[in-house]
Design a protein around this ligand. Structure first.
Ligand code: PHE
Ligand code: NA
Length: 441
């Protein structure tokens, strides 16, 4: 068997992980849920959740991956022995499952880049979304998106994922900064910023029991924790740099891009005369990005509206693509590492199977909602819960040993492990139980 690949540079690993983290969650879900549930106050809860739950859990996945240097299922088996491999299997299933419908949405985004260029997406946004999000058209764009994802992953870590994300992530940042700069010049920028940053503490305190788990779940999803993706990416680390420093830069960049997206989306919506609470901008529905933004863009001159649409949806497209490749890599690594299948065949087979699994979601958005519900509400918290238990108790001292590498501060490892065993565990259990409750009762 060929020698296992590694990232060529430390920044290559960081950019790939940022590419995974920055996705539809940042650009579509985050600005809307922040604005809807307390603005700046939600932002504060979310930032705390990233800091005290998201980052420790992310580091836990990194520690498992780098310790084992093998796919996620193999990693649990190698470190934990016995039935721990089943936990790895839930994680790998979660990424495969999520890829199936993530690709469907990615296909719509691709369609919207074209629709912005021709103008048809901006002419009658509701009708356009209704037409492209279902049936044959949606299956077709799902194929296209999945094929591009397969095309990148087939080239492997160095020449595929690392090379692609080295271009994608900086492009996202630069283009988003450009759009944010333009949005800043709009007369409606100020109310948009107010919505995002003005802390409405009353909205938070009256609803704390709902907002804390929501912000925690979103923090985990946003950092790509709970899908075995970060375990897999860390398994390709060749050198022992500080995982803490890497995890922190990944989380900071991910959060920064989320806030930046908010500084683009909210001024645009206000410029289009939409309030965030209006039906078209409902954060709960998928329509937020696909209907509200085009409605807002329709208010600009056609040249500016088309250009903004192309750039905006192009950003969302590469953000979705750099996440989709990580979702495909986790199951591909499993098949390659465990069964010695050539990468090209593994990528085609798993990508093809994920495509088939996504056909119902492409055909009918009700299925997409169902798949998303199971993935995010059930598979994600199950995996995170067991990752925390696994690293906190099964690895224990070994985990401290791994996280200490390349780190100057000797006590960080102890504090981190202690945090996993206490409040991270409690937070994840609460999220898990509340999700189960919402799903089944
Ligand atoms: N973090 C991505 C987002 O915010 C979602 C994702 C989860 C991507 C897991 C890959 C793996 O959209
Ligand atoms: Na994210």
């Amino acid at each position: 068997m060929a020698e296992r690949e590694t990232w060529t540079t430390r920044i290559g690993f960081i950019l790939a992980a940022v590419g995974s983290a920055v996705g539809l969650g940042n650009i579509w879900r985050f600005p809307f849920s922040a604005a809807e549930s307390g603005g700046g106050a939600f932002l504060i809860v979310y930032l705390i959740a990233i800091l005290i739950v998201g980052i420790p859990a992310l580091l836990a996945e990194f520690v498992i991956g780098r310790r084992a240097n093998v796919d996620a299922i193999g990693a649990f088996r190698a470190i934990g022995k016995g039935n721990w491999r089943f936990i790895g299997a839930i994680g790998v299933l979660a990424s495969f499952w999520t890829l199936s419908y993530y690709s469907v949405i990615g296909g719509w985004v691709f369609r919207y880049v074209i629709g912005s260029a021709t103008g048809s997406a901006l002419a009658d946004p509701e009708a356009y979304f209704g037409a492209v999000s279902v049936g044959g058209s949606s299956v077709l764009t799902h194929v296209v998106f999945m094929m591009v994802t397969i095309g990148i992953v087939a080239f492997g870590i160095e020449r595929g994922i690392e090379l692609a994300t080295k271009f994608m992530v900086p492009s996202i940042v630069v283009l988003l900064l450009g759009l944010a700069g333009y949005a800043f010049t709009l007369p409606d920028a100020a109310p948009g910023y107010d919505f995002l940053f003005d802390p409405d503490f009353a909205a938070i305190t009256s609803n704390l029991a709902q907002i804390i788990p929501a912000a925690t779940g979103q923090a985990l999803f946003s950092l790509s924790v709970g899908f075995s993706v970060m375990i897999t990416y860390a398994s390709y680390l060749g050198k022992d740099d500080s995982l803490g420093a890497d995890g922190l830069s990944i989380a900071v960049t991910n959060t920064f891009i989320g806030i930046l997206a908010g500084m683009v989306v909210l001024p645009l919506l206000f410029a289009g005369g939409l309030s965030v609470g209006s039906g078209a901008a409902e954060g709960g529905g998928i329509g937020a990005v696909f209907v509200a933004i085009p409605i807002a863009l329709g208010d600009f001159s056609s040249l500016i509206g088309h250009t903004l649409g192309i750039v905006f949806f192009f950003i969302v497209l590469i953000a979705a693509l750099s996440s989709a490749i990580s979702l495909l890599e986790a199951p591909v690594a499993y098949v390659v590492d465990e069964f010695d299948v050539p990468r090209m065949q593994a990528t085609l087979g798993i990508g093809g199977a994920a495509f088939v699994l996504g056909v119902p979601s492409a055909w009918d958005t009700a299925w997409l909602g169902w798949f998303d519900g199971i993935g995010v509400a059930l598979l994600l918290p199950t995996t995170v819960l067991f990752v925390v238990i696994f690293v906190g108790w099964i690895m224990g001292e070994d985990a401290i040993d791994e996280i200490k590498k390349g780190m100057a501060n000797g006590s960080f490892g102890n504090i981190w492990l202690w945090s996993l065993r206490t409040f991270v565990l409690v937070a994840v259990v609460v999220v898990f139980l509340l999700n189960i409750h919402d799903l089944f009762f």
